[in-house]
Write a protein that binds this ligand. Sequence first.
Ligand SMILES: Nc1nc2c(c(=O)[nH]1)N[C@H]1C(S)=C(S)[C@@H](COP(=O)(O)O)O[C@H]1N2
Ligand SMILES: [Mo]
Length: 324
Amino acid sequence: HLQGVITPNSLHFERHHAGVPDIDPAGHKLVINGLVNQPLVFDYEDLLKYPMVSKPYFLECSGNGRANTQSLPGGSAQSIHGLVSCSEWTGIPLSTLLDEAGVLPAAVGADAASMGRSIPMDKALDDVLVALFQNGEPVRPEQGYPMRLFVPGWEGNISVKWLTQIKLVSEPAQFRDETSKYTDPLPNRQSMQFTFPMETKSLITSPSGEMTLPNTGLYKVTGIAWSGAGSIQRVEVSADGGRTYADALIESEQWNKALTRFSIPWEWNGGDAILQSRATDSAGNVQLTREAVVADRGTNAFYHNPGIQSWAVNSAGEVTSVAV
Ligand SMILES: Nc1nc2c(c(=O)[nH]1)N[C@H]1C(S)=C(S)[C@@H](COP(=O)(O)O)O[C@H]1N2
Ligand SMILES: [Mo]
């Protein structure tokens, strides 16, 4: 039921592993230590004085879409794919703070909040933010107030909320949330060590699962597309389960690592149809089919499932999630 590509703050998805802490910013400190020339401690007020950048980025939990790896129990766009949102994030480039701390050679970025994740140094110095604002207002408690790490394009878990510490270390810290969780098992019983970028994905949001088309005639099929590897270049839509595709209209800006809105007109003649969308990003990645994801990762892997969503429309106009 949303349009455009920016998620209102009150509707941003929430994923908390241990509830939302009630933090008084006056007592909150951010520490940068480890392999640095000069360990630093920042108050919230100190950080507000730094130059900031504002960029629109999506945030997606790597568990998004996981219902589609196993059998499909039906479901809606929200229940299957609701763990993605897009905001204008405002914050201090992490590179500014690391530059001030003086990073020692061969250091690897890691932070050690209760939610700890290791971040390779080249990413830490590229586009990572210490985000303080979201769509112009202070980051909400549910999103990490007073500050969160924001790691554009990468699995949501790594964007540590309620950030307290950034520690420079020489190798990955092997935190619980990068080893026992958020690891992708493969069909040959091996596992991927780290899967950082969220893959090229799109989703038709209307019409979508659990909606009913009231009558035959003209519909506007619309949805969102995104990629952790760059911007969305193209979205194709099929009404026959992927046998034929037509190019959708891109309705929004094609921002880097942000949601992009697409639409296409469709005439529903009252018969059975299967709606699908397929995105292509600026790096040339084409969204995988559900079959390809399952063949590649097996049915035990439920993180990182960007597979094409199929919405079946029956002659009563009912829309259901199906496996194609
Ligand atoms: N400190 C902390 N950071 C965290 C989490 C958490 O539980 N605690 N959840 C992670 C997960 S799994 C995701 S998907 C994102 C969700 O961010 P959001 O709640 O702002 O949508 O935050 C990540 N950062
Ligand atoms: Mo997540």
